[in-house]
Design a protein around this ligand. Structure first.
Ligand code: C5P
Length: 423
């Protein structure tokens, strides 16, 4: 289970009290858990308990604006290796079988392209009801695996099938599902592909977000970068199995789960954090780093003194992290990728930037206000390598990130050789 990512959807049944133990067991075996709690599940166990044990945020809302602007639920459901629904109540089973998508749990289950394992937990009569049995059959035909239910005493005082399988049994079923010991019963065209781990064993540094350059203790100079593209790149690299050091300025978009986060404020701090994260196989500098910092930043808050005199800010240049890492004499990552946000002569400027900074690739994009790219969900980029320029269609930032991660995996794969790819 080492390194496997489990998205654990906790439904509303008394058996939810066993879920904290299940989380512990998964983690003990080296798996990671991202918990999702349904409103009914929240009656039995708290988000705080789940997130504390999982050491990951517990998701409860479908419409979380920040995440949703980044297609959060799609990413969430696909970043996992396996979705586990436990306890899977009769209601949840019915909603899964019907393909509902009106809350976070059902949407994740409908949006995923990963295998799903459900541990039913229902009252005996509810389990035996033809409707539930019909739903279970539908789910099994859809390729969803079930573990349990067990037979025994139930919290409602009855005896029979309907008890959630014990955590040990669920754990064994998770192991089996991750091992793909037998193919899931899906039509061939919907067959689940094994998550590609082409970057397993590789270390990639990603910078992201804006920087804040202080003027005084309460004011700073910033820019409009949301950190969306950098977070998506980090998530995509993680999904291919890379260890990701994610160095982020104060971004609006939260860092993805499963990456090593270093939060910084200024360009100088960002450079130091990148340096501390070396060595790396690749570096993707997606941060919108401020070019200058205020050299005469005040240690106390600047105040109007009544004289009408205005404060005079003096600027000093920030380190160019991309140029610095690209030109490292020793310990330069084999592949260095920069971004170029331009408003005019995009390709010329980006190609020139690639040479000037000494990086291998530049992803160029047009951030003129009319494109809506800065802070938006989509991106239209051109990949500039030593071999030429390649324009990609307008894609979501997540898709841009996935393409980039795939290209990085290709470039780092011994089969193709870095020299060839970097040429
Ligand atoms: O020079 P410009 O900011 O347009 O270059 C953009 C690229 O350089 C981005 O990849 C950005 O992350 C990186 N950069 C950097 N350090 C700076 C300025 C830009 O890493 N000080």
């Amino acid at each position: 289970m080492q390194g496997s990512r489990i998205l654990l959807i906790v439904g509303g049944g008394i058996a939810a009290f066993k879920i904290p133990e299940l989380i512990r067991m998964i983690r003990r075996e080296g798996g990671s858990v991202v918990p999702v709690l349904t409103p009914a599940g929240g009656q039995f166990v708290t988000p705080l308990t789940l997130s504390a044990l999982a050491e990951a945020p517990c998701h409860t809302e479908l419409f979380d604006l920040t995440r949703e602007s980044e297609m959060g639920h799609i990413q969430l459901s696909r970043a996992a290796d396996l979705l586990v629904v436990a306890p899977a109540t009769a209601d949840l089973l019915a909603r899964m079988a019907a393909g509902m998508a009106d809350d976070l749990a059902s949407t994740l289950l409908l949006a995923t392209d990963k295998p799903v394992l459900a541990a039913p937990a229902t009252n005996l009569r509810m389990w035996q009801h033809p409707a539930t049995q019909r739903n279970v059959e539908t789910l099994e035909n859809d390729g969803i695996r079930l573990v349990g239910p067990d037979e025994g005493d139930m919290a409602c005082g009855e005896y029979g099938p309907g008890r959630m399988a014990e955590p040990e049994a669920i754990l064994a079923a998770i192991r089996a599902a991750l091992g793909r010991d037998k193919p899931l019963r899906l039509p061939p065209e919907a067959a689940i592909s094994l998550p590609s781990r082409r970057l397993a064993g590789r270390h990639v540094i990603v910078t992201s977000g804006p920087t804040h350059e202080p003027i005084d203790p309460v004011r700073y100079i910033a820019n409009r970068s949301s950190g969306a593209q950098g977070a998506a790149v980090a998530a995509a690299l993680r999904d291919l199995g890379a260890r990701v050091s994610f160095v982020t300025g104060p971004a609006e978009v939260p860092p993805p789960a499963g990456v090593e986060v270093t939060a910084v404020q200024t360009a100088r701090e960002m450079r130091a954090a990148v340096e501390a994260a070396l060595p790396a196989d690749a570096a993707v500098m997606a941060a919108a780093v401020a070019d200058w910092h205020v050299a005469n930043a005040s240690s106390g808050k600047l105040k109007k003194d009544g004289s009408g005199r205005l404060p005079e800010l003096q600027f000093a240049e920030n380190p160019d992290i991309l140029a610095w890492i690209s030109q490292l004499a020793q310990g330069r990552p084999a592949l260095v990728v920069g971004f170029a946000a331009e408003t005019d002569a995009v390709l010329d400027n980006a190609a020139h930037k690639r040479r000037r900074k000494g990086c291998d690739w530049i992803l160029a994009n047009d951030v003129s206000p009319e494109t809506g790219i800065m802070g938006g969900v989509e991106n239209a980029v051109t990949l500039i390598t030593g071999a030429g320029a390649e324009s990609w269609p307008r894609l979501s930032k997540a898709e841009v990130a996935q393409r980039l991660a795939e290209r990085i995996a290709e470039a780092l794969s011994p089969a193709r050789g870095q020299a060839e790819e970097r040429a």
